[in-house]
Design a protein around this ligand. Structure first.
Ligand code: NDP
Length: 278
């Protein structure tokens, strides 16, 4: 029986087992997806022995997404550019890794707003952490015009500029409203608005009527940001959709079948999140 897992420290919060085991059952595949708590000092040993321990691959979550790079033999361009990985599989006896967060974000965006094109457009990204990097990398490959990044710590935006080049600009809070007039997409990649975190309080009034607002946060399912965007009549893309779409590539690599992100799966995971958000 093929087995995959998610490794993190802690890992109890991860919804990946629910998603992958749902697909295994739905498609009648013999397989299992487990949670494995791996302490940072045991990370390289665990990854080196992944196959020997009976796994065809794993997801890698906090705090191992960057450290795992040191151990995996073959990383792709996405990992090289973003400096982090979340999906590992074994091919011809060698470990391979990619990061599916950017792809999950992009596919969910297109699923939520069919026909949306980012080519040549201006985007505002709130936050400059790991997920911001993944999204910026994907938007650049999709042909985005420019990306203005607003972050609490200015130093991290400088890092993004160094990695991704002149299409990345710094946005300061005092210029947010005036610059949002030209934005086709606004993405929150900070943890603000998440249950237990400070709220995200920004003024969406100047965004164009056809702008899209995306939030990576999925607890709660509908954040204040998404509520405010909907109240203005804007189209939105939520964090749960991204979480589901980012899982597709890993499942296909491990279990050999490309799974579908359906409303039924969305509702199944949403029920679990609603329990958590109460
Ligand atoms: P990081 O820790 O790498 O980055 C966090 C970012 O949030 C930084 O830019 C940080 O700013 C900012 N931030 C945190 N707290 C505050 C605050 N109180 N005020 C202002 N800015 C703040 O995290 P990730 O990028 O990995 O994850 C960010 C969010 O995205 C999380 O909520 C995570 O759950 C979610 N996520 C969702 C995914 C999905 O599939 N839906 C996938 C991956 C992540 P600074 O640099 O100043 O510290």
């Amino acid at each position: 029986m093929k087995k995959a897992c998610v490794i993190g420290w802690p890992v109890s919060h991860s919804r990946s087992p629910l998603i992958h085991n749902y697909w295994l059952k739905k498609y009648g595949l013999e397989g299992l997806y487990e949670r494995r708590e791996v302490e940072p000092e045991h990370l390289s040993e665990f990854l080196r022995n992944l196959g020997a321990n009976g796994y065809v691959g794993c997801n890698v979550t906090i705090p191992h997404k960057e450290a795992a790079l040191q151990v995996i033999q073959n990383i792709d361009d996405i990992v090289r550019r973003t400096g982090s990985l979340n999906t590992v599989w074994v091919e011809n006896g060698q470990q391979q890794a990619t990061s599916t967060d950017g792809e999950g974000f992009y596919r969910n965006l297109l699923a939520c707003v069919p026909g949306f094109s980012i080519v040549g457009k201006s985007v505002i990204v709130l936050g400059a952490g790991g997920s911001a990097k993944a999204i910026i990398e994907r938007l650049l490959r999709a042909g985005v015009g420019e990306i203005a990044v607003l972050n609490r710590s200015a130093g991290r935006v400088e890092e993004l500029k160094a990695v991704f080049g002149p299409q990345i600009r710094t946005l300061t809070p005092d210029r947010f409203v005036s610059e949002s007039k030209a934005a086709s997409l606004l993405v929150n990649t900070t943890s603000q608005g998440m249950k237990g975190q400070p709220p995200l309080d920004i003024d969406l009034s100047a965004l164009p009527p056809n702008a899209v607002v995306a939030d990576l946060v999925y607890v709660p399912l509908e954040t204040q940001l998404l509520k405010a965007a909907k109240a203005r009549g804007l189209q939105v893309a939520g964090g749960l959709g991204m979480l589901l779409h980012q899982a597709v590539d890993g499942f296909e690599k491990w279990f050999g079948l490309r799974p579908e992100v359906t409303n039924e799966l969305y509702d199944y995971i949403a029920r679990d999140i609603v329990k958590d958000a109460q």
